[in-house]
Every structure is written in C-alpha cells, then in structure tokens.
Ligand binder design. Structure first.
Ligand code: FES
Length: 221
C-alpha cells in the first residue's frame, strides 16, 4: 500500500505511524518543557488515554477524558484504529466558522459524513456542545492525516488561512468544524462519529447515548 492509499477499517495506512509518532513526541516534549515552567507558543496538542488493545481491536466505543483539555488544545484518541480528535474550540474560533460558509464545499453538512443525530445539531459547528469538535482525523481524499494548524494567516499555509486542518499530502484544507474548503482535492467533510457526553468531562465516541450506531460509517469508508 502506498503512502496515499485510503485508510482501511482496522488497518492504518502506511505513513500514519510517523505522524502518530511525531504527535507523541510533541506531547512528550511539551510536557517536559512545561514541567520546568517554560512557556511555549507551540501548537497545543495532547494525547488522550488509549483504550485497551482488546477494545481497540473490537472497534468498541472509547471513553475520552477532556477534563484537562484547555481552549485551543486538541487531543487524539483511537477508535477502530483511526484517530478521533477532540478539539476544544475557543470563542474566537467559533466566531469564525459561520464566516467561512462561502468558501466551503458542504457548509451545511448535507453529505452523509456525520452520525445520524447530527441532523438535530448545528450544521456549522457540527457538534453536540459547540465548544468541542469531535471528528475522525483522516483526510477524505486519500486517507492521510491532516495537521491541526490553528494559527490565522499562518505564513506557511495558503493566503488568508483562517485556522483549521491542513493535509500535507495534497493540500486539502478543512476549517475547525472539519468542513472541507473549496479548491481542495478532498471531496467531503471530515467524518463526525457517533458520540455523546457521559458527563461534563467525558466523551464516549463510537456510539450514541442509547447504545445505537456502533456500526455507523461515513461515505468515505
Ligand atoms: S490525502 Fe490527498 S489531500 Fe489529504
């Protein structure tokens, strides 16, 4: 399988592991630096507790602790061997979302890329609680893992970058709701899996609160 081959259920594509390794390395480095009291302006990104191997292999729902996830930070868990991101959006990030609609392929999330109960949610924030975005972090083009790039007008990215997710493989761009931007090779928004808030600090991803939708899949799998 090539670097850009699509992700298959239960089998990450080649090229994912280096990204995961890099994220783990960044999380470790950030923790070490924070321990000596040095402030960094690095992109905030922390790791969630990993589920057990047996649960992961079975594709079971995963429990994600968001109690330490500060505004602007994102963590990555694993569900069905895929990265599930939780982003704690800031008020400024939320305010940007509705301004981007005219730059997006599917601004109102009409494509079948989110669990069924999303129809009752806000199609712009694509979330149960607007502060927390929960998406599967796999590009809908050919399965690479996009990068979280929250800095507005980041000079290393295309002009007028609003903050979002950038796929390094072929340049697909997503906003901070995982909605794909016009001009991207990716055809669809990032998938929003079934999930619910078990309590204020805990998300269960991979099913709804009534235990349904454990077999849900988006169009891109
Ligand atoms: S895999 Fe091609 S742009 Fe992401």
């Amino acid at each position: 399988m090539t670097e850009n081959a699509p992700a298959m259920p239960g089998k990450p594509v080649e090229g994912e592991e280096p990204d995961l390794d890099r994220r783990r390395m960044l999380a470790t480095t950030t923790a070490a630096v924070g321990a000596v009291g040095v402030a960094l302006a690095a992109v905030p990104f922390i790791e969630a507790l990993e589920p057990s191997e047996s649960a992961r292999a079975a594709g079971a729902p995963v429990t994600i602790d968001i109690s330490k996830l500060a505004p602007g930070q994102m963590l990555s868990a694993s569900w069905r061997s895929r990265p599930v991101w939780v982003l704690h959006r800031t008020e400024a990030q939320l305010a940007e979302l509705s301004k981007l609609n005219r730059q997006l392929k599917d601004p109102l999330s009409k494509e079948d890329q989110q669990a069924p109960n999303l129809a009752a949610w806000n199609p712009v924030t694509r979330a149960v609680n607007p502060k927390y975005l929960v998406v599967v972090g796999i590009c809908t083009h050919l399965g690479c893992i996009p990068k979280y790039r929250p800095q507005v007008n980041d000079p290393s990215l295309p002009a007028h970058w609003p903050g979002g997710f950038f796929c390094p493989c072929h340049g697909s761009r997503y906003d901070l709701s995982g909605r794909v931007m016009d001009g991207s090779p990716a055809p669809l928004n990032l998938p929003v899996p079934p999930y619910y808030f078990k309590d204020a600090n805990t998300i269960t991803a991979g099913e709804l609160a009534d235990g349904k939708e454990q077999n849900w899949e988006p169009n891109t799998w």
